[in-house]
Ligand binder design. Structure first.
Ligand SMILES: Cc1cc2nc3c(=O)[nH]c(=O)nc-3n(C[C@H](O)[C@H](O)[C@H](O)COP(=O)(O)O)c2cc1C
Length: 410
């Protein structure tokens, strides 16, 4: 899920007993062109690239550092991590999946995201209306990525308006060679607060099983025990937990093994893991905001915190984590005063506006250059979906890149 499933969140879910974790949906073109690097400090595998800041033929400056598009921890999650892609093209899906296939247990195609940024590009839930494209994507992934790398290919869908429509779709999907299918038991227009509808679930599970495909259920599942009992009731093979895991990932621990931990214990474990993998500060803060209850006196303190050192002091973890927090702060530049520190609100506003205007100007010039190229017949034809700037993608929700959270499954 958006922001809530970066590397440390997935490690937290695994710590509490999740059997598999799904990475954040990453748009195919965001991964294509990245470089795979082993990070010697964190032990993570990082897929990195220079941000283009919206410019088409961007040349990185000497000072520019690479952005981490995707980070995974091979020892702690590698073979339990499913990489989810957002795609509307078999070719791009195969290109993106091939880059990461050796590092993960499976590739999942998101065919359930209802947000316009995803559906307008033909991705997410739009694929439910273009089953030919969806089947072509899955078949291409099975043949060109799943089989050669010996990993599973799966799909996540929503239920359709009628059981007949869902049946017709699932019957086609299971023939593509996929090994798993997750069904979010809501239709595309349904909002998260509406109760999940489970009356099509047994049918979906049955069609999957007849074809030898595993079926996971999703929607309003709040704990491991509940997932297992609902799966048994509806004939599914397991459950995927999303929003309940955002606030307290110990929901993955069975009552027999200790059940849910207090948020104080969960938050401490989260901070340890975030420090272990040098997690981006903005993402860590977002997650802390999910885990720490708004009514806790610590919540406001957390909101004010500007570094890992301040957080470990606030949570009284200084003795254990203070040294490490200082090191991570240094690596992430959190101990540096911000470039605009000391500016008044009006000065900061003016500075932001000037930067925005300069970016707009560059974009216009870029568009002009593109028009001339196309008028001259020089432009490449092919996939013409616009590739949003990485910084924009981070704002965009489930199709985004580094701000996204995984969905987590037991
Ligand atoms: C903010 C937000 C972000 C989400 N991001 C993703 C995503 O990246 N990939 C995906 O397959 N589903 C995504 N989902 C959907 C969840 O995985 C899940 O299907 C949905 O929340 C229902 O499960 P729940 O009732 O356990 O929350 C997202 C949902 C929300 C609310």
């Amino acid at each position: 899920m958006v922001r809530s499933g970066e590397c440390p969140s997935r490690l937290l879910a695994l710590h509490y007993g999740a059997d598999l974790v799904w990475g954040p949906e990453t748009v195919d073109r965001a991964l294509i062109g990245t470089t795979r690097r082993v990070n010697p400090i964190t032990g993570t595998v990082d897929f990195t690239r220079f941000s283009s800041n919206g410019q088409k033929n961007h040349v990185p400056t000497a000072e520019q550092t690479e952005s981490v598009i995707y980070r995974l921890h091979p020892q702690l999650e590698g073979r339990r991590l499913i990489h989810q892609i957002g795609t509307a093209s078999p070719d791009l899906a195969v290109q993106a999946a091939s880059l990461i296939a050796a590092d993960v247990a499976g590739i999942d195609v998101n065919a359930g995201c209802p947000k316009p940024f995803s559906t307008l590009g033909g991705m997410g839930a739009a694929l439910l209306k273009t089953p030919d494209i969806l089947c072509n994507i899955l078949t291409a992934l099975v043949e060109k990525v799943g089989r050669p790398h010996e990993i599973g290919i799966s799909v996540k869908i929503r239920i359709l308006d009628t059981p007949e429509q869902t049946r017709a779709l699932v019957e086609r999907l299971v023939k593509t060679g996929i090994t798993g299918l997750t069904v979010h038991c809501r239709t595309t227009p349904m909002r998260p607060r509406e109760r999940a509808i489970r009356d099509q679930l047994s049918m979906v599970a049955e069609i999957c099983h007849e074809a030898g495909v595993a079926c996971l259920m999703n929607g309003d599942v709040t704990s491991r025990d509940e997932a297992l009992s609902l799966a048994a009731q509806y004939g599914a093979d397991g459950g995927m937990i999303a929003t309940a895991a955002e606030t307290n990932s110990s929901c993955f621990r069975a009552v027999a093994d200790g059940g849910k931990d207090t948020w104080q214990t969960v938050v401490a474990q989260y901070v340890r893991l975030a420090l272990d993998v040098d997690n981006r500060w903005g993402n860590t803060k977002y997650l802390l905001g999910q885990i720490i209850p708004g009514k806790s006196p610590l919540y406001n303190g957390m909101k004010q915190a500007k570094s890992y050192r301040q957080i470990v002091a606030l949570l009284e973890l200084h003795e254990e984590l203070g040294k490490k927090a200082a090191e991570v702060d240094e690596r992430l530049g959190l101990d540096q005063p911000k470039a605009d520190a000391g500016l008044s609100k009006a000065e900061r506003k003016a500075k932001n506006k000037a930067e925005f205007d300069a970016a707009q100007k560059r974009r216009k010039e870029d568009k002009g250059a593109k028009r001339s190229a196309s008028e001259a017949g020089l432009e490449n034809v092919g996939d013409d979906r616009p590739a949003p700037a990485l910084d924009q993608q981070r704002q965009m929700g489930p199709g985004s890149v580094t701000e996204q959270a995984s969905v987590l499954a037991v």
